[in-house]
Unconditional design. Sequence first.
Length: 179
Amino acid sequence: MEQNQMLISIFVGIGTGLISSLLFLWFLTKLRPKMVISDQIAFDQIVIEKTNMSCFRFKVINRTWLSKIYDIEAQLVLITLINADGGFNIYMSPIKLIKDKTWSLNKVSQSDKHAEYAFQFITTENLEELWLENQNIELRIKAKHAFSGFSKTSSKRYFKPVNSIKKGSFKFGNTLEIS
């Protein structure tokens, strides 16, 4: 009888340890950055270094639960699918962004009057001229969670210029609408 109780207490201890470890790991997975990237690219004129320039803008919003994100890096690439025996090879060429890094983005807050939870990555390269029918454009974002330090990479691929580029600018705040 004593031996059975000892075995039961060992299994209960192991079981509760496993369950608590799994719950802790599940909680940690929730502490990753959650970034939303615009479905469309805004095209308009803005002033950059006292010069009026045509530009293409991609908006990113930090929708991470209860935390800011930091060390945000972006990469914009033109993807060309090259026909090969048995499929396609992928060739990626970088497209220069005016600024490809930012220190941090706050969490979404209605009281944030400056929308420091959103950022727009901008390129002045003419995407309409670069982007051919057999190509895609992809924006990749990498960020770290301020509390856990976990990194996450998010990406958005744009397939056709006609469907992806919209004249106008992004509305202010927690929206990805272009007006």
